[in-house]
Design a protein. Structure first.
Length: 153
């Protein structure tokens, strides 16, 4: 169907390597030209080897799930005749041991707050239906083992 490419690039520079105290900071490069600074999470590898200002893979996974849900939500809301003015999701991913005993992202909780304008606005049932459709269509959520919960605000 389609391919999606990201280039991840890291360089040791002049740091020692065998002492395990090398920087985990690296760059994610995308085909549109965007470059995002990545690093291990400081909860996984202590500073200064981790860069707390960079995006860690765990955060990126949560953001990908949230973004995918939002994009489907916006498309379905527009098709239903609703005007969305704003969308904010304070999404959270939880790491724990899964049923196999492996540490993984076991849950992603989406907490979207959506603002609407215009003459036609969704009632709570229509809002829930839009989120349900978006969740069912989100191929990122469909691609991961973690449960994804949507808790609209």
């Amino acid at each position: 169907m389609s391919e999606h490419v990201a280039t991840v690039e890291w360089s040791r520079g002049d740091q020692p390597f065998s002492d395990n105290r090398y920087s985990r900071a690296h760059d994610w490069r995308f085909d549109g030209g965007a470059v995002v600074r990545g690093s291990s999470a400081p909860s996984s590898v202590a500073e200064p080897m981790s860069d707390p200002t960079a995006v860690d893979p765990e955060e990126a996974l949560v953001a990908a799930v949230s973004s995918c849900h939002m994009l489907f939500f916006l498309a379905y809301a527009g098709k239903a005749g609703f005007v969305v003015d704003g969308y904010r999701d304070d999404a959270v991913g939880r790491m724990d041991k899964d049923e196999r005993g492996r540490v993984s992202i076991t849950d992603v909780i989406l907490r979207p707050a959506v603002t609407f304008s215009g003459d036609v606005r969704p009632d709570s049932a229509a809002l829930a239906a839009l989120h349900h459709r978006a969740h069912e269509a989100c191929y990122i959520a469909n691609s991961i083992r973690a449960g994804v919960t949507v808790e609209p605000r």
